[in-house]
Design a protein around this ligand. Sequence first.
Ligand SMILES: *Cc1c(COP(=O)(O)O)cnc(C)c1O
Length: 220
Amino acid sequence: MVSERIAAAARRSGRLPQEVRLIAVSKTKTLQDIRSLADLGVNDFGENQIQEALGKIAQFRETALDWHFIGHLQSNKCKFIPGNFSWVHSIDNEKLVRRIAQAAREADASVNLLLQVNVSADPAKHGVPSADLFPLVEHVLEQTSGRTRLRGLMTIGYRGAGVDEKRRSFAALRQLLEQCRQRFVDSMTELSMGMSGDFELAIEEGATMVRVGTALFGPR
Ligand SMILES: *Cc1c(COP(=O)(O)O)cnc(C)c1O
């Protein structure tokens, strides 16, 4: 059971199981798949395609689930975020923040933002390079207002990496978050890291949100 594995990893690292939020990554999965997990008490769902997600979100309006956008976001899709997603994990440039902040004001809806960092400097991945993170945080803090809040950082573990290398990149993201908190704002508290293959490792290195698809729903 994923929830038991999360709880065990949290305890191993001296934390409480409820300090780690499980985000069920439901991309390509059906409404029934989502309903089954929601009935078990899962409240947070992650999607990476706007069109696919909007269709699903519309079907769950009365269930009050929290939806997380975790995929690459195009700036012309930012207008769909407020009112549909309460979290965006994949912010890696200023333009996205400007557009989401404007849409959030217009829709009078709140959005929590995480900055995606490419800690492993993998050229195949999106995300801001670690070296460019602090300037981006500064810009984001200038753009955000009452309706949009910068809450933390996200990374995707390098696919081909071994355990040690993954652990190092998760630890590097945690250190970046600590530096952001010291330099900028205390309200950056979230670390979104860990997927089906590495969520226990990520929790041991401080993850507060894990994004798990396959281990919950089976293969896509
Ligand atoms: C698909 C996806 C996940 C979940 O991956 P699994 O290996 O199925 O757990 C997590 N994060 C992101 C950004 C994804 O696109």
